[in-house]
Design a protein around this ligand. Structure first.
Ligand SMILES: Cc1cc2nc3c(=O)[nH]c(=O)nc-3n(C[C@H](O)[C@H](O)[C@H](O)COP(=O)(O)OP(=O)(O)OC[C@H]3O[C@@H](n4cnc5c(N)ncnc54)[C@H](O)[C@@H]3O)c2cc1C
Length: 387
């Protein structure tokens, strides 16, 4: 058993860490206050490969392994959680769907601009106002009209939609076929009939925007179908499996940042004649956070490793997402506690970290849905094991 990152992965971690330390972390407070990532920041990420992590080199991407992608998302989240979600959704949702299921023509058309930053971001639209966890309940439909598809409906909470070139959209193509009656489409954002609402007013994670998207007689050519007709739900679940590793990684990054803030504060602040770090109650909070971050990181990297090995990783990915996201909220909670009143102040970064962490147990499958996925698999083929 080899408990080491490869030389390349370590170098990659350092490269991304140094970039984030210089370019993202100093802007985190501004990003959260203004609820906007400065556009130049996204452009700066492109040459590093951060906008096309899983995109093959043939289509101008970085073609990273899953562990390296997780490392990058973790590091960006260490700088700012909302910015990391923007990058995560672009890479692991919008682009990944095209990487996995796109035709040669679709890949050539959509991936290079997305990966190089010459184009804009990408999105994946699954959730609707009345259906999120249970995607069987979506109502957006795509009907054949001659050689075209015509889409009707609306989606909710679609990350990056307002800054995307394309939105991969799940729609019902044959309502009588249930889970086999859905398909994915690549919807360019400049198509007639598509309306993207202003960003939702969120609790935190100001560096990421999510929008309602409406499709009114959106007419698309046959070539817009992504993957196979009728397999949209299965394709979606495949994309989400990978996304869960990334949201786990993102959560580890937020937790790591929160712990570092707490460590620094506990050394400088004094009470009852000694630094906070010398109170055992504070030490226990720190010990629990450090232990849980390590456990979560191992789970995330393990799920990513399984993915890289071409082994099934649904159960491990869901477990990593469940544990890492709930852990991040605990770690950020403790970091606020250690800061006392200053932890509740927007002048200190732990407040924004807590609010970003809170989102992670909801997006890309709630904790309850992860438990459902894990339990189903555990009953089917037993608990998680190291192969
Ligand atoms: C900031 C943000 C960004 C997002 N980005 C995207 C995006 O880019 N694309 C996209 O498609 N969606 C996106 N979403 C939507 C997100 O994926 C959904 O919110 C999530 O899947 C949950 O769906 P829901 O909100 O409809 O909750 P519901 O499905 O209505 O669930 C409500 C509650 O009931 C629980 N629940 C539901 N069913 C069960 C069950 N069977 N057993 C136990 N508990 C259950 C849920 O866990 C939850 O606690 C985003 C959401 C947010 C907040």
């Amino acid at each position: 058993m080899d408990f080491q990152l490869s030389e390349e992965q370590r170098l990659w971690r350092k490269t991304v860490h140094d970039f984030v330390k210089k370019e993202i972390k100093p802007l985190a407070q501004e990003i959260n206050e203004n609820e906007q990532i400065p556009p130049h920041l996204l452009k700066k990420m492109a040459p590093l490969g951060l906008l096309g992590m899983s995109v093959p080199e043939t289509y101008s991407g970085a073609e990273l392994d899953a562990i390296s992608s997780a490392i990058a998302i973790e590091e960006i989240a260490w700088g700012d959680g909302g910015t990391a979600l923007t990058i995560e959704a672009h890479n692991e949702l919008g682009c990944a769907a095209v990487v996995y299921f796109g035709s040669e023509d679709q890949k050539k058309a959509y991936l290079p601009p997305a990966a190089t930053g010459e184009g804009n971001l990408s999105s994946l639209a699954l959730t609707e106002p009345q259906a999120g966890s249970d995607l069987r309940g979506i109502q957006t439909s795509a009907k054949k009209d001659g050689d075209d598809w015509v889409l009707q409906g609306s989606k909710a909470w679609i990350t990056n939609a307002g800054a995307a070139d394309f939105i991969v959209t799940l729609a019902k193509t044959d309502p009588d076929q249930g889970t086999r009656g859905m398909s994915m489409f690549i919807v360019p954002t400049d198509v007639k009939g598509l309306t993207i609402a202003p960003p939702e007013k969120k609790m935190g994670a100001g560096g990421t925007h999510s929008h309602e998207v409406r499709y009114e007689n959106v007419r698309l050519p046959q070539e817009s179908l992504l993957g196979k007709e009728g397999e949209g739900l299965q394709q979606t679940l495949h994309v989400l499996d990978g996304g869960r590793i990334s949201v786990g990684a993102l959560s580890v990054g937020i937790a790591q940042a929160a712990l570092e803030e707490a460590l620094a504060y506990a050394q400088e602040r004094e009470s009852f004649g000694k630094p906070l770090k010398d109170h055992q109650a504070i030490q226990w909070l720190v010990a629990d956070a450090a232990t849980e971050i390590h456990a979560a990181r191992l789970m995330v990297y393990y799920a990513a490793w399984l993915k890289d090995q071409g082994k099934p990783f649904t159960k491990a990915g869901a477990a990593a997402k469940l544990y890492a996201t709930e852990m991040a909220e605990r770690a950020a909670y403790s970091a606020i506690q250690i800061h006392g009143s200053y932890g509740y102040s927007r002048e200190y970064p732990v407040e924004a970290m807590y609010k970003a962490a809170r989102l992670m147990t909801i997006g890309e499958g709630t904790s309850e849905i992860q438990r459902l996925v894990i339990a189903r698999r555990v009953f089917e083929d037993g608990p998680l094991q190291i192969p």
